[in-house]
Design a protein around this ligand. Structure first.
Ligand SMILES: [Ca+2]
Ligand SMILES: [Ca+2]
Length: 353
């Protein structure tokens, strides 16, 4: 049966299917993070099922002026959503419908990092909403052993270990738009958030399982930074945590876990990722097939992919969560998309071998 008790006890108000999703107050001393390779080695619980991605496709890729790596995703069709027969799915993921990506696009291989966001701020002097309002974002407080609103917190300060290789958090949807606008101006191309459809297409990478690595929770071992034994040690309240240890209580350096078949890392877990679309809380009935962006009829935006703090069901490829665009927290970041022009790799930029 699908779990009914969501992440409780806390201060991350998110919306999901009309329910207030309370995602956490968290404890933990300033947790050290395990070595970058440690998670990949902790596969003793690996699923025996041979489903999901096993091989990374050789897609065009390049690195832009900010050091962000991209792969070019091809046009294609896929089954979007989750079937009613899956008792973990929610009505807003139904019905499963054939979706078509009509335009090739580039997608960030990783979540945008603290270091990449720092370059944007250094170039522009931009102040995020957390800083501008003086209200801050969310941070871990070692004294109270909680994660919650802290006026002094921001993308620079989360209270847990984050170096420049970790995904940036405490940025709201507008802070992300400012980043995209600046980078688009710098490079004279369009950088943006992926649409929800693009995101799920990218996440699935040809799979139809709950996660791109399989349909059993154990398949996430080595494939995602999830709510694990490390977090539970830090925060005993996290009774929904998995029993294996991925060695990261909070965020992990991007790319610490195995990629999917498109070569994308951390599509499941680490941090939730903002998408372009507004969140309406409705299902897919009547949705047009070609990649539409949901109209801006609410101030709620879509998050995808779950986080280091989430129940694994929130990490599923088809799961949908809404968050007000002005809100920011310590479990939400973003990944960049870039419009493709033809099928050519952008010129004048560093190309990976
Ligand atoms: Ca973890
Ligand atoms: Ca993620």
């Amino acid at each position: 049966m699908r779990p009914t008790s969501y992440l409780m006890g806390g201060e991350f108000p998110m919306r999901r299917r009309g329910l207030t999703l309370l995602a956490i107050s968290l404890t933990a001393a300033a947790w050290g993070c395990g070595g970058p390779s440690s998670a990949l080695n902790s596969d003793k619980h690996a699923a025996s099922e041979a489903v999901g991605s096993t091989e990374t496709l050789n897609l065009p890729h390049f690195t832009n002026s900010l050091g962000i790596q991209f792969v070019q995703l091809p046009t294609g069709e896929f089954d979007m959503g989750a079937p009613e027969s899956d008792d973990w799915s929610n009505p807003d993921e139904q019905p499963v419908h054939r979706a078509r990506i009509e335009r090739s696009f580039w997608l960030g291989v990783h979540e945008v990092t603290v270091g990449q966001y720092r370059k944007f701020v250094a170039a522009t002097g931009y102040l995020t909403a957390a800083e501008k309002t003086g209200e801050g974002g969310y941070a871990y407080d070692a004294r109270t052993r909680r994660l919650g609103p802290v006026p002094q917190s921001s993308w620079r300060r989360t209270g847990f270990d984050q170096d420049d290789t970790h995904p940036v958090v405490n940025v709201n949807w507008d802070d992300v738009q400012a980043f995209c606008a600046w980078l688009s101006g710098e490079e004279k191309v369009t950088y943006r958030l992926p649409t929800e459809m693009e995101w799920e297409y990218a996440c699935r990478a040809g799979t139809s399982t709950r996660w791109s690595c399989g349909s059993k929770e154990a398949s996430l071992v080595g494939a995602a930074n999830i709510c694990d034994a490390s977090l539970r040690k830090a925060y005993p309240f996290a009774t929904w945590s998995m029993d294996w240890d991925d060695h990261y209580a909070f965020t992990a350096p991007v790319g610490s876990f195995a990629p999917n078949a498109f070569g994308l890392y951390d599509m499941h877990g680490n941090v939730f990722e903002w998408c372009a679309d507004a969140w309406q809380g409705t299902n897919y009935a009547g949705k047009s097939i070609p990649d539409p962006s949901t109209p801006d009829i609410t101030d709620m935006r879509m998050l995808r992919g779950g986080s280091y703090l989430s129940l694994t069901l929130f990490l599923r490829s088809s799961d949908r969560v809404g968050l007000k665009s002005m809100q920011r927290n310590a479990i939400t970041g973003f990944r960049l998309a870039r419009d493709a022009v033809g099928d050519t790799v952008p010129s004048g930029e560093k190309i990976h071998e």
